[in-house]
Design a protein around this ligand. Structure first.
Ligand SMILES: Cc1cc2nc3c(=O)[nH]c(=O)nc-3n(C[C@H](O)[C@H](O)[C@H](O)COP(=O)(O)OP(=O)(O)OC[C@H]3O[C@@H](n4cnc5c(N)ncnc54)[C@H](O)[C@@H]3O)c2cc1C
Length: 385
C-alpha cells in the first residue's frame, strides 16, 4: 500500500533512483519511498543502454565520478554478493584529426593526474595490434584505458533496489507521479495515480523526463530527451569476447562485444528532442555503412536486434546534482547525457550526502548544481559517445 507520509520520496526507478534509495537507506534516515510509473524498475534509459563504463572523460568531476563508481562496479560481487558482469575490455578511441589528437593528449595527462594510471596514447601500429580487424584508414592515433569496459545496468539497479528494500526503503512500481504540491517555496506533497504522500523532500530521478517533474514545481530543468539507437549482431567468430570497445570519436560510431555478438551504435547529431523509441531506419543504414567501413567483417554478421532509448541531455553534457535553489526540498539527480549508468554508484553516494549532510563529501560535485546554467558556470564534457 502507498504510504500517506514519507521522509524522502524518490521519483524514478532507474539506476539513479535505486542507487540513491540504497545510499539513503544505508544511513537509516526514516521512511524512504521510491515511485516508478512502469511495472518494473529499469524500464527507462537504464534498461536501454549499451553498458559501457569508462575512466576516459574530459573533466575532473566526471573522472572522479568514474574513479569512485567503476571501482564499486569492479568490486560489486565482494560488496553486494552479486556479479555486475564487469568486463575490462578497454575503451579504444580512434582519433582522425590533429585537433582530436591534441585534445586526447591533454585529457590523458589530466586523467593520469587524477589517478587513472593506466590510460595511454596509442599509435596506429599499437591500435592494429589490439584490433587487427579494424580498418585504420585516416586514423592518426588513439587512446585506451584497459579498465574501461562494460557491465550490466539491470543487475546493478536491481541490486541497489534489493539492498535498499532490505534496509527498509519502500519501492512502489506502477505508480505515476502526476503532481507535486508546494507551500511557501518548499515541497509538501507528491500526488500519484494511487494516492498522495506528504513529504518535505522529493528527489527527481526521472532521467529523460526530469524536466516534466521540474515543471510540476515550477523549476525549469534543461534536460532534453534525445533518441539514441543501436543494434546487436550474432556471432562474428574472428572477434574475440575481450575485443576492445572501439569508438570512432569524430562520428561517435562504437562497437563492442555483447553476449556472443557485437553491439553497434552511433549518435545522430541531427536528432531533435522527442520521446520516441521508434527505430529511425534511415539513420540505422548510415550507422551500418559507417560500421562496415571501420569493421568490414560485419558484412558476415546478421542483425538480431535493434533498440532505441533516450539520452537525457543537458547543455554541458554533465548531470544536474543538488537541491534547486528556488524550491526547498526539491533535489535533482538527472541529465547524465548518455553516460549515467556507470556513474550511478557515485551519484547515489553524493546525492545521499547532499540530502542528509547539506553538501557532497565523497566527491566535490557542487559545481553541478542547476544554477550553473543561468550563472554561466557550465563546463562542457567533450567525451560524449
Ligand atoms: C542507447 C543508449 C545507450 C547508452 N549507453 C550507455 C553506456 O554505455 N554507459 C552509460 O553509463 N550510460 C549509457 N546510457 C545512458 C544511461 O542509460 C543513462 O544515463 C541512465 O540510465 C540514466 O538513469 P536514470 O535513472 O537517470 O534514468 P532512467 O533509467 O530513464 O530512469 C528514470 C525513471 O523515471 C521514471 N519516471 C519518469 N517519469 C515518472 C513519473 N511521472 N512518475 C514515476 N516515474 C517516472 C521512468 O519510468 C524511468 O524508469 C545510454 C543510454 C541510451 C539511451
Amino acid at each position: 500500500m502507498l504510504p500517506t507520509t514519507a521522509d524522502i520520496v524518490i521519483i524514478g526507478g532507474g539506476c539513479m533512483g535505486a542507487s540513491i534509495a540504497y545510499h539513503l537507506a544505508e544511513r537509516s534516515v526514516g521512511k524512504i519511498v521510491l515511485l516508478e510509473r512502469e511495472k518494473f524498475l529499469a524500464m527507462g534509459s537504464t534498461g536501454r543502454n549499451a553498458g559501457g563504463v569508462r575512466y576516459q572523460f574530459s573533466t575532473p568531476v566526471n573522472i572522479q565520478l568514474s574513479n569512485y563508481s567503476v571501482d564499486i562496479i569492479q568490486r560489486f560481487q565482494e560488496i553486494f554478493g552479486v556479479s555486475a558482469d564487469y568486463h575490462p575490455l578497454g575503451y579504444l578511441f580512434l582519433l582522425t584529426t590533429p585537433d582530436e589528437v591534441e585534445l586526447f593528449q591533454k585529457n590523458i595527462a589530466m586523467q593520469q593526474s587524477l589517478g587513472v594510471y593506466d590510460v595511454r596514447f596509442l599509435t596506429p601500429d599499437d591500435i592494429s595490434r589490439l584490433a587487427p580487424h579494424v580498418n585504420l584508414e585516416g586514423v592518426l592515433g588513439g587512446s585506451i584505458c584497459p579498465r574501461d569496459g562494460t557491465a550490466d545496468p539491470y543487475t546493478i539497479t536491481q541490486t541497489f533496489a534489493t539492498h535498499a528494500r532490505n534496509r527498509g526503503a519502500q519501492i512502489e512500481t506502477d505508480t505515476n507521479v502526476v503532481g507535486i504540491e508546494t507551500q511557501n517555496g518548499r515541497v509538501t506533497r507528491v500526488k500519484t495515480n494511487r494516492g498522495e504522500i506528504e513529504t518535505r523532500v522529493v528527489v527527481n530521478c526521472a532521467g529523460p523526463w526530469a524536466a516534466k517533474i521540474g515543471a510540476m514545481v515550477g523549476v525549469e530543468i534543461p534536460i532534453a530527451p534525445l533518441r539514441r539507437q543501436f543494434f546487436n549482431t550474432d556471432e562474428i567468430p574472428e572477434i574475440p569476447r575481450n575485443h576492445p570497445f572501439v569508438i570512432e570519436f569524430s562520428t561517435s560510431l562504437y562497437f563492442h562485444p555483447e553476449a556472443t555478438g557485437l553491439i553497434v551504435g552511433m549518435s545522430n547529431h541531427h536528432e531533435i528532442p522527442s520521446e520516441t523509441y521508434a527505430i529511425d531506419q534511415a539513420f540505422h543504414l548510415e550507422t551500418l555503412e559507417r560500421a562496415l567501413y571501420r569493421l568490414p567483417l560485419l558484412e558476415n554478421a546478421r542483425i538480431i536486434r535493434q533498440l532505441a532509448g533516450l539520452y537525457e541531455v543537458t547543455p554541458d553534457a554533465h548531470p544536474i546534482l543538488g537541491q534547486a535553489r528556488d524550491m526547498q526540498g526539491f533535489f535533482i539527480c538527472a541529465g547524465f547525457s548518455g553516460h549515467g549508468f556507470q556513474h550511478s554508484p557515485g551519484a547515489g553516494k553524493v546525492m545521499s550526502e547532499i540530502i542528509l549532510d547539506g553538501a557532497p563529501k565523497t566527491i566535490d560535485v557542487s559545481m553541478l548544481d542547476l544554477e550553473r546554467f543561468r550563472e554561466g558556470r557550465a563546463m562542457i564534457e567533450h567525451n560524449v559517445v
